[in-house]
Write a protein that binds this ligand. Structure first.
Ligand code: CA
Ligand code: CA
Ligand code: CA
Ligand code: CA
Ligand code: ZN
Ligand code: ZN
Length: 396
């Protein structure tokens, strides 16, 4: 096994023809699979390797195509390959997300720059020449883009960036759109400076934002769609956008979790509240529709009253608000209730969040290795697998 790994490491140093590259990628799959260790196995099995732009990254303990030091620099978890549990390794989806964001930036020429820019933009520094991609052989412009963030006064690349000191190569964006931060072609050979690029783009997580997630008009220091005051009232940290390290901004997932809990509450008749239900909802649906200002969908113009009998507290939750919460927002905008924001801290109190394992605020015991809220044999298996992985890694 060890010999195979060494042979493979030697292999990836010899950057050659496309045919050779495809072969190397295939060997990577075989080897990680052969190691038989949990996290590696999952990804080797689910990701088709040949002809993909996904070479193994050195020093990448969880094999999610971000090195340990890159993860440290951007605040990701170096031993969790799929922090948001969506079946896509985190490095792959982050690269694709970055490519999409860059493709959507307004583009200017070096001699017609915007006079009063108020958004992140890129300057096209394309060149008269092509370079080929080592993996797929596609011809791409050998130039690239400088990225400017006028608000924070930051630019990409760094003047000493070893990949290219003038611009982010078109080839690098090509690789990112294929899920890799490598940039290996005829002219450029190296890896994109991920931490700087995310900083300039003001991007941290790979999630796709939704138009329902309306901007806050209150201070939201960590930019997670919960205002600082709301976080303080709710017992969250206003300076950490992702307290449960699942790469989803906390305000977004908390809104969705509250919506799911409200949907699952027992419904009682408004005239005879059932005293046996500690937390319940009453329907006040009306004969009429309310239209969502974001997607145009219609919902009942009525509302729910959600009550916590034990605390003697209740709150009105219109259907349009529930609709926005399902899309990750406590702010709403409809043609009956207008624009507004529901009190997230009050909701947290009434619904007694966290209610389900995994809801924001869940405290896991240190022995609950797989974080399913039960300390059992499965945790031990997971721990043993990690331990084997680790000792394998150290014996290299
Ligand atoms: Ca990693
Ligand atoms: Ca993922
Ligand atoms: Ca916040
Ligand atoms: Ca989160
Ligand atoms: Zn390519
Ligand atoms: Zn909508």
């Amino acid at each position: 096994m060890k010999r195979l790994k060494r042979a493979y490491k030697k292999n990836i140093k010899q950057r050659g023809s496309f045919k050779h590259k495809a072969l190397t990628a295939g060997a990577a799959a075989a080897i990680t699979f052969g190691a038989g260790a949990g996290i590696h196995k999952v990804f080797a099995m689910t990701e088709p390797l040949p002809y993909e732009h996904k070479n193994a990254v050195s020093g990448d303990s969880d094999a999610d195509l971000l090195s340990d030091s890159e993860e440290f620099a951007i605040g990701y978890h170096p031993f969790k390959a799929d922090q948001n549990k969506n079946g896509i390794s985190d490095g792959v989806e982050l690269a694709q997300r970055v490519a999409t964001v860059i493709d959507g930036l307004p583009t200017y020429n070096p001699n017609s720059l915007p006079t009063e820019p108020n958004e992140i933009y890129r300057i096209a520094l394309l060149q008269k020449g092509l370079e080929t991609c080592d993996i797929c052989g596609e011809y791409l412009n050998m130039g690239g883009y400088e990225i400017v963030n006028p608000r924070t006064g930051t630019t990409f690349p760094d003047p000493n960036d070893p990949l290219d000191d003038q611009f982010l190569p078109v080839l690098a964006i090509h690789y990112m759109s294929h899920g890799s931060f490598d940039c290996l072609g005829a002219v450029h050979k190296g890896r994109t400076d991920i931490a700087r690029l995310l900083n300039v783009l003001e991007l941290q997580f790979p999630y796709d934002s939704n138009d329902h997630q309306l901007a806050l008009d209150k201070t939201d220091t960590d930019n997670d769609l919960l205002a600082d005051g709301e976080e303080l009232s709710a017992g969250f940290n206003p300076k950490n956008p992702d307290q449960n390290v699942n790469l989803i901004p906390d305000g977004i997932e908390f809104a969705q979790q509250c919506a799911a809990v409200i949907e699952s509450l027992p419904e009682v008749d408004a005239n005879e509240p059932d005293a046996t239900n500690h937390i319940y909802k009453e329907s006040h649906m009306l004969r009429g529709l309310e239209f969502c200002d974001t997607c145009g969908e219609s919902v009942n113009m009525g509302y729910w009253t959600v009550t916590n009998a034990g605390l003697g507290l209740s709150v009105e939750v219109p259907e349009i608000v529930l609709h926005y919460m399902q899309h990750g927002s406590f702010s709403y905008s409809g043609d009956v209730h207008g624009k507004g924001r529901i009190d997230a801290a009050l909701l947290k109190k009434i619904l007694e969040m966290p209610r389900r394992c995994g809801d924001l605020g869940t405290i896991y015991l240190p022995t609950d290795v797989n974080q399913d809220c039960e300390a059992d044999n499965f945790d031990l298996y997971e721990y043993i697998e990690m331990w084997l992985e680790e000792s394998n890694y150290n014996s290299e």
